[in-house]
Design a protein around this ligand. Structure first.
Ligand code: AMP
Length: 212
């Protein structure tokens, strides 16, 4: 189907909060995504299919047009940096903050500092903007462990309640960005399938407003 719309989603917390918005916009998966190992799902709309992929892959799928639209955390979009995407709607879900954090009451070293993070591009940009000299250390999880084990002086990570930081003797320092999930759209698809995509954006916009 030429006018088919493919929407890229992520499993977990974001999916849970996205499905009600999609449902309010008239799109419901034909089966329970959380109970399935499939990656592609039909919906009640004959022209809409859903992909379920890793959050960090959503900007890539949408930028290359392998998906027409997607739901992506702003953190993933900032990290993807150059991805040339249309970002028409803040879905106002999965809200958190991207922050620097360090051990409680421990001053940062005077010269070059070590920053552990999975957001290496964001960390580089943060340092460049503030003239901070840093070695960026890429980690894939449990960033809080790095300062404890003296692998790093500071981390850049997602903070929600701050409980994870506190439980590990750390404190938030600088706010880098407020994060929420965004609707992203491939630029070519936006032109080629304009009517249907505009209609979907508008339905989602109304669902977001109603949820406020
Ligand atoms: P908290 O202890 O409430 O500050 O939560 C911190 C941890 O939860 C972080 O290390 C994140 O991995 C995860 N987290 C919290 N909120 C989000 C979110 N909106 N999206 C993705 N991960 C999150």
């Amino acid at each position: 189907m030429d006018q088919e719309i493919i929407i890229a989603l992520t499993k977990g917390r974001i999916l849970k909060e996205t499905l009600p918005l999609l449902a309010a916009a008239g799109i419901e998966p034909a089966e329970d995504i959380s109970q399935s190992r499939k990656l592609i799902f039909e919906t009640n709309q004959p022209d809409v299919r859903l992909l379920v992929i890793r959050g960090s892959d959503v900007p890539t799928y949408v930028q290359h047009g392998a998906a027409d639209m997607g739901v992506s955390g702003k953190d993933m979009l900032l990290e993807a940096g150059g991805a040339d995407l249309y970002e028409p709607l803040d879905l106002n879900i999965s809200k958190c903050r991207l922050m620097t954090a360090a051990m409680v009451d421990r001053a940062l070293p005077k010269g070059r500092i070590r920053i552990a993070t999975k957001f290496t591009n964001i960390a580089k940009q943060y340092c460049a903007q503030r003239g901070i000299q840093a070695d960026i250390i890429k980690l894939y999880g449990a960033m809080e462990l790095a300062p404890i084990m003296d692998l790093a002086d500071m981390i850049v990570d997602i903070v929600d309640t701050g409980n994870t930081l506190r439980a590990n003797g750390m404190e938030p320092r600088d706010l880098i960005a407020d994060i929420s999930s965004r609707l992203v759209v491939n630029r070519a698809a936006m032109k080629r399938k304009n009517q249907r995509i505009k209609q979907l954006i508008e339905s989602l916009r109304q669902a977001v407003e109603a949820a406020k």
